[in-house]
Design a binder for this molecule. Structure first.
Ligand SMILES: Nc1ncnc2c1ncn2[C@@H]1O[C@H](COP(=O)(O)OP(=O)(O)OP(=O)(O)O)[C@@H](O)[C@H]1O
Length: 359
């Protein structure tokens, strides 16, 4: 394992940010850590870099315990979330600054700066100052500075936040290509679930300082093991429908079915699992179209069904399947329902309940 963290805890006063966190990051992987704002992503990276001290726990990089190692001696590259470029220094000096600070020989600094600038395609900007750069060029400069260390582990803290979408898309592709070229381990954080799904090979879902799920991005998306992981990963967001029971009938949001696990109080449902019309074996509900968003090849349709909000995503060929204000029938295969334990948020084994529902 490239990065391994065991029992890591960090509090600020009474704010317990990380509590007994365990995490491993596979060597050579592009691992994205995704979680809501304030869940502790930056704090974890700052602990790994050595900018903060843990209250408890151990951290290893490439099998070497670095828990008490000074920041400068840790073999890890870092792109902080809010990077500050020195306005009076050239791009060359900005990129080389960490090695300058570490008092490395100037020939070594020049070599590494040329290499990092080449990787980020900013060699032509090396003699400019930050005020002569665009937003994207500044970001590239910050990433180049983060790649400067001769190591194979890099931590990137939400490096594309604040950039416009076109630029982000381009840099996302480039960062993935850089990681593959370097054959390095990248631990990359974001609170944007679409960015996480686009970038990740391995995905770690962090919530309130704890890992709720970790695995191949495909598995995390398709087989969420925890309510929060289904809520946090996916675009548009998964529907989370309440389970109610009355007179022997079970309702999941607006849908009626014959059974559900006793412990379940919520069901997750991906927007793409909903469709228009009626199909044999599917559950139906009547809904009103509130709003339609065109996303080019896909429509996101916001519905109201018996007091429940439903989000639906369907592929389109340009023709509209419905319009705002329409009354429609929506249907769903009950096998798409993901039941979560109300006590601990964990996914429940739904086979028995679904057998009943499909009767
Ligand atoms: N130096 C600090 N002093 C006090 N509290 C801090 C400090 N750094 C972080 N925190 C707190 O720790 C919690 C986690 O912050 P962190 O920056 O790790 O969140 P994050 O997951 O990176 O969020 P974002 O996606 O917004 O960057 C927050 O409640 C934050 O206020």
């Amino acid at each position: 394992m490239s990065i391994s963290v065991t029992g890591l805890s960090k509090s600020y006063g009474t704010n317990e940010v990380l509590n007994d966190l365990d995490l491993t990051v596979e060597e050579g992987s592009f691992t994205v850590m995704c979680g809501p704002t304030g869940c502790g992503k930056s704090v974890l990276l700052r602990l790994l870099v050595g900018l903060e001290t843990a209250d408890a726990g151990t951290m290893t990089l490439n099998g070497i315990d670095i828990t008490s190692t000074r920041a400068a001696e840790r073999a890890v590259g870092y792109v902080p979330q809010s990077f500050a470029l020195y306005p009076h220094l050239t791009v060359r000096a900005n990129i080389g600054y960490p090695l300058q600070l570490a008092k490395r020989p100037s020939s070594e600094i020049a070599k590494r700066v040329d290499w990092a600038a080449g990787v980020l395609a900013i060699t032509h900007l090396l003699d400019k100052t930050p005020d002569q750069l665009s937003g994207g060029e500044k970001q590239r400069t910050a990433v180049a500075r983060g790649l400067l260390k001769e190591t194979d582990i890099f931590l990137l803290d939400d490096p594309l936040v604040g950039l416009d979408y076109k630029l982000r898309e381009r840099l996302m592709d480039e960062l993935k290509a850089i990681q593959q070229d370097l054959k390095a381990t990248f631990l990359y954080t974001t609170s944007d679930s679409l960015e996480a799904l686009t970038m990740a090979e391995k995905l770690v879902v962090l919530d309130q300082g704890a890992v709720v799920q970790k695995g191949d991005v495909f598995d995390v998306y398709n087989a969420p093991t925890h309510r929060r992981s289904m809520e946090l990963v996916g675009f548009p967001k998964a529907n989370m429908l309440p389970v109610s029971r009355e007179n022997g009938k079970v309702h999941v949001g607006p849908f009626e079915l014959h059974g559900a696990p006793e412990e379940a109080s919520f069901v997750g449902l991906r927007p793409e699992a909903l469709s228009f019309g009626q199909e044999a074996g599917f559950l139906n509900a009547t809904a009103t179209v509130q709003l339609i968003e065109e996303l080019g090849g896909e429509e996101v349709i916001y519905l109201q069904a018996e007091g429940h909000d439903l989000t639906m995503a369907i592929a389109t060929d340009g023709s509209r399947a419905a319009k705002e204000g329409d009354s429609v029938t929506v249907s769903v295969d009950p096998h798409a329902f993901v039941f979560f334990d109300s006590a601990n948020g964990k996914r429940l084994n739904t086979d028995a309940a679904l057998g009943e529902a499909a009767q």
